[in-house]
Design a binder for this molecule. Structure first.
Ligand SMILES: Nc1ncnc2c1ncn2[C@@H]1O[C@H](COP(=O)(O)OP(=O)(O)OP(=O)(O)O)[C@@H](O)[C@H]1O
Length: 766
């Protein structure tokens, strides 16, 4: 009656009743260790039928009383305690459905209120009136205005009547359930044996800065091939670039270069999250380096140590993407593991290491970013010192994702917390409430980004419930309960079970996101998006509420082998184990979630044509607004949930911005010595950090050409020929100086310099 779970006290029976649009249906009274298991529904009409055909002697007994006091097989009244009757759907108070909750409470209370020990023979005359006027009947009539869609997904008529076995035969020719369950594992093994694949990448006109980074790697490759250790060739390279400057793409090219020269496995490509890893084609730091997600790193021993050392023996480059997500202690852990793998007690085992990222994007969850200067634990301090020892820094500045300079400007200012009211006014034009209905409709299939997991879950569930086929018919939804080894395991939260929920609500045709790294090299990682095509149940499965054996999925970016013309990936249950006061617990569930929406955190690294974004009412974490807005390529691809200007403006008041600003100052020109003076009025500068500060401590060397703008549009010299001569002279002077600089840094940048000159000339032609 209070909405609390009821447990069987041992000497009572449960009778579960589902209230669907005012109709009552009896659910199976199957109990699992005392708790009613409403997933196992049997012939839903049996109670109704039996009640409808009840003998005349119990004709005036209400359905509630029938469920509570009678054995409906023989219509004998229970002599001892009555049944406990539970009503489905159960509604939770405060869940936004309070009106329905109170209706249901009245409903339960009213019907349950007839508690007197009424022998039907005695109550016949009175009960007639009582029943006719009971609260619950009135409430039931009022409740009739609740739309059918309000019935919980998985319990609707369309779900209960759907033939869930209908499509199973489509997969018969591909093998049995066991084969399908092992499909990815087996394909992975085959691939490991035949691997040496260079990714087929498109021809790209790399920006000048991207070429600078490529050049460093080329020099490193040359040195490695010749077995020489050249002074001046950097070992630890930090590549910083705001969102969309092509870091991930560049990484893929670097991996190709190294793989071509050496062999598969010569690059250890890591990302702090699954999405970051797959974006650049790597694995997560934790899985690839055997670093525990929680607790201290331990030395690898036995078989796992041997395997890891075998992998590291082939590695020549370590590339880590999305460094903003990495905390100080994690960088320390990576160093520890690489030293162990190589057996060399030098930073990162003396391997060439690259950190790619953008410190203005999201920081590590519940941890300090690498630029943090707050009090650090000794482990974190060790990581921080390693970060400071990165002696080469490249700053990518040309944004390739957003081409519109006005939108780029807005994003830049959002990232720095310097948004103007003008920026807000531009963004406001993209508020859902300020665009036409037709414009909103264009975003029907767009991914929704929210700042909180709760909003994501709510949106996903709502969208799934409304899912229809092309003819507009509602698509069926299945509730998939997890399997547990012991009852105590059922009590564990999703977090405890490593992201596996107790209950998964899924439908055929639903958009999904993978929650496990199944095959990183082929793009099956935590965060990969796709579509659930079929749910395959065993013949003896109770439908549609039991646990299926396989789900057939189609993933957007999967590049490996699959099943059938749509290259489907069969996915079986995965296990998560943990220890609790109940003992060793485990949960088996499918590693997918609905993905009509995802959190902004999960979206870091995405390049999207369209997105509907709710940046949330408050900025609970640095970088969240910037990461959200910068996922799309243009303003037209953005639809926003409305927010007030103060929401953009609040960034500058954040205390954690102080550390970030200090770090940026260092990036932007700390101890930088200008070796080339300006060319023409708004000309070209090349900056080089000399590498040591006054105390003789090595600091990042900054090599940049960011102000390469041959702004000759506003010509100083009216005579075109003289003007051109002036430019040529100055460019020659710059070229000389630039060459000196490159020589001193041992970088052959002649080619890109020529490109830059050509670029400048073409602009001057304009
Ligand atoms: N030199 C280039 N020329 C044209 N397009 C490019 C170039 N470099 C990258 N791109 C494209 O720009 C888009 C953004 O690139 P990418 O995802 O690599 O950026 P990123 O710096 O990793 O962004 P984020 O920090 O948001 O993850 C991609 O569509 C990519 O293919």
């Amino acid at each position: 009656m209070t909405g609390a779970n009821l447990f069987n006290s041992g000497d009572r029976n449960f009778v579960a009743v589902h209230t669907d649009e005012g109709k009552w249906t009896l659910l199976n009274t199957n109990c699992v260790d005392g708790e009613l298991n409403h997933h196992h529904q049997k012939s839903s009409s049996s109670f109704m039928e039996k009640y409808a055909k009840r003998p005349s002697v119990v004709e005036d007994v209400s359905m509630w009383n029938a469920a509570k006091f009678y054995n409906i097989k023989n219509w004998k009244k229970f002599s001892k305690k009555p049944n406990i009757v539970r009503v489905f759907p159960r509604l939770k108070m405060g869940g936004g459905d309070d009106e329905k909750y109170y209706r249901q409470q009245v409903f339960e209370l009213g019907t349950g209120g007839v508690e007197e020990n009424d022998e039907f023979e005695n109550d016949e005359s009175e009960n007639h009136d009582v029943v006719a006027n009971e609260d619950w009947m009135i409430a039931q009539r009022i409740a009739a205005n609740i739309a059918p869609g309000d019935v919980n997904p998985g319990m609707r008529e369309v779900d209960l009547k759907y033939d869930w076995h209908a499509n199973s035969h489509l997969y018969d020719c591909y093998g049995d359930f066991k084969y399908l369950e092992k499909f990815i594992e087996n394909e992975k093994k085959n691939y490991e044996e035949t691997k040496n694949i260079i990714e087929d990448l498109p021809d790209i006109n790399f920006s000048t800065k991207q070429i600078l980074v490529k050049n460093v790697m080329e020099r490193q490759i040359e040195a490695l091939k010749n077995g020489i250790n050249v002074d001046g060739i950097p070992k630890k390279v930090l590549v910083h670039g705001k969102a969309g400057t092509g870091k991930s793409l560049l990484i893929r090219y670097l991996v190709n270069e190294a793989t071509r020269e050496f062999r598969q496995g010569s690059v250890l490509l890591l990302g702090p999250t699954g999405v970051a890893a797959v974006n650049s084609g790597g694995a997560t730091i934790h899985s690839a380096s055997s670093i525990p997600a929680k607790g201290n790193i331990q030395e690898l021993i036995g078989e796992s140590a041997r395997k890891f050392c075998d992998i590291i023996r082939k590695v020549k480059f370590v590339i880590i993407d999305e460094y903003s997500f990495i905390c100080c202690s994690l960088l320390g852990d990576i160093d520890y593991r690489l030293r162990q793998g190589t057996g060399i007690q030098e930073p990162f085992g003396n391997l060439n290491i690259y950190l790619f990222g953008d410190h203005r994007q999201l920081p590590p969850v519940m941890n300090r970013p690498l630029y943090s200067s707050s009090q650090l634990t000794p482990d974190a301090l060790h990581g921080k010192n390693l970060f400071n020892s990165f002696d080469f820094l490249f700053v990518l500045t040309q944004c390739h994702r957003q081409k519109d300079p006005a939108f780029q400007g807005i994003l830049d200012r959002v990232s720095m917390g310097l948004s103007t009211y003008g920026d807000y006014c531009v963004l406001r034009q993209r508020f859902e409430c300020n665009v036409t209905f037709n414009e909103v409709k264009k975003f029907n299939k767009a991914l929704r980004l929210f700042s909180t997991k709760e909003d994501v879950a709510k949106h996903n569930k709502k969208t799934l419930k409304e899912l229809t086929d092309d003819a507009g018919n509602l698509l069926p939804i299945a509730i998939i309960p997890a399997k547990h080894n012991i009852n105590g395991a059922k009590l564990a939260s999703e977090d405890k079970a490593n992201g596996l929920p107790k209950e998964l609500i899924m439908g055929c045709g639903a958009r999904i996101m993978l929650k496990r790294n199944l095959w990183a090299k082929k793009g099956l990682v935590n965060g990969t998006m796709g579509c659930l095509v079929d749910i395959l149940y065993a013949e003896d499965n109770e439908l549609p509420l039991g646990t299926p054996r396989i789900i057939m999925c189609q993933f957007d970016t999967y590049k490996g082998p699959g099943i059938g013309p749509n290259n489907l990936v069969p996915i079986g249950l995965v296990v998560s184990s943990w220890k609790s006061s109940h003992g060793s617990c485990s949960r088996l569930q499918f590693p997918v979630v609905l993905s009509y929406a995802c959190t902004i955190h999960k979206s870091q690294g995405f390049s999207l044509d369209q997105a509907v974004i709710d940046i949330g009412k408050r900025k609970f974490c640095l970088g969240i607004t910037y990461v959200g807005l910068s996922r799309v390529r243009s303003l037209d691809g953005l639809l926003l949930k409305d927010f007030v200007y103060e929401r953009l403006d609040c960034l500058k008041n954040r205390f954690d911005l102080i550390d970030r600003r200090a770090f940026e100052e260092e990036l932007n020109g700390h101890k930088v010595v200008e070796v080339c003076s300006k060319v023409v009025k708004h000309g070209y500068t090349v900056n080089k950090g000399l590498g040591k500060d006054e105390q003789g401590i090595t600091k990042p060397i900054v090599l940049s050409a960011h102000s390469f703008k041959m702004d000759v549009g506003s010509s100083l010299e009216p005579n075109v020929d003289v003007h051109q001569k002036l430019i040529d002279e100055k460019l020659m002077k710059v070229e000389e100086e630039f060459k000196c600089l490159c020589e001193s840094l041992c970088i052959d940048v002649k080619r890109q310099f020529d490109d830059m000159i050509a670029d400048a000339r073409s602009r001057s032609d304009l």
